[in-house]
Design a protein around this ligand. Structure first.
Ligand code: ADP
Ligand code: NI
Length: 218
């Protein structure tokens, strides 16, 4: 099977797995991550099949979305084998999808990603910031019955992996300080960093307006 056909099949597999999700991981998130990964892959000259496969599959076995991520990982591996990827290619893709999450990067020894992995991680993080990032945070917060904002709950800006994963009392606005505003300085590639700086500026403007309106100042 040629590479173009393999990518088409991977897209189809991802679509079937993601299309029913309503937590902000819908397939449109995947399509934007793939588009950005395509752009960054050209800049950074990473392997196209590895980069796009990891982008398409990065949320399929997310433990927030499925009960048994390990089972899903086996299913993904079997699928990749069935479309004739080599064991090395499969291992590289699975390593990326297993290790790119924000919570993993908060652990004591954050996993080291290949350049293709860094490109996919940047693409996923870029989709969490800017206008789309704001929309996704509100969408996620609504789906999870979060309060919009509560000035009596201070954002917990320094957290380890376990603390981040067990947050209670989360508010949508606190999520900006606990995750979204940290992502720009965590970008791996220079192109992603530049895009992130622009998107971050917009988030600061949004938060300033939000505060002023909350206090009835404007
Ligand atoms: P991804 O790795 O695709 O960004 P996440 O599961 O971390 O996936 O988050 C999905 C979306 O929901 C992201 O835009 C993220 O910022 C947002 N989100 C995650 N947790 C929260 C939360 N507690 N409150 C508001 N938004 C959240
Ligand atoms: Ni994602």
């Amino acid at each position: 099977m040629n590479t173009a056909e393999q990518i088409k099949q991977i897209r189809q597999f991802s679509y079937k797995k993601m299309v029913t999700d309503h937590t902000g991981h819908n397939f449109d998130h995947i399509e934007r991550v793939v588009k950005m990964a395509t752009r960054l892959s050209k800049e950074e000259k990473t392997d196209k099949l590895i980069t796009l496969a990891a982008a398409y599959l990065h949320d399929v076995a997310d433990d927030k979305l499925v009960d048994d991520p390990a089972e899903l990982e086996i299913e993904i591996k079997n699928f990749l084998k069935s479309i004739e990827l080599t064991d090395d290619q499969i291992d590289e893709i699975m390593y990326i999808t297993h290790n790119l999450s924000f919570s993993k990067s908060l652990s004591k020894n954050p996993p080291k990603l290949s350049l293709a992995g860094q490109v996919v991680q940047d693409s996923d993080r870029l989709d969490a910031i800017g206008a789309i990032g704001i929309t996704r945070a509100i969408y996620y917060g609504g789906a999870n019955a979060e309060t919009i904002y509560d000035p009596s709950i201070a954002p917990r800006e320094k957290m380890n992996k376990a603390e981040y994963r067990n947050l209670d009392n989360e508010t949508i606005i606190n999520h900006f300080y606990e995750k979204l505003l940290k992502l720009t300085s965590m970008m791996n590639t220079p192109t992603a960093k530049n895009i992130a700086l622009h998107r971050q500026q917009f988030m600061y403007e949004f938060l300033n307006e939000f505060q002023s309106e909350w206090l009835s100042e404007i």
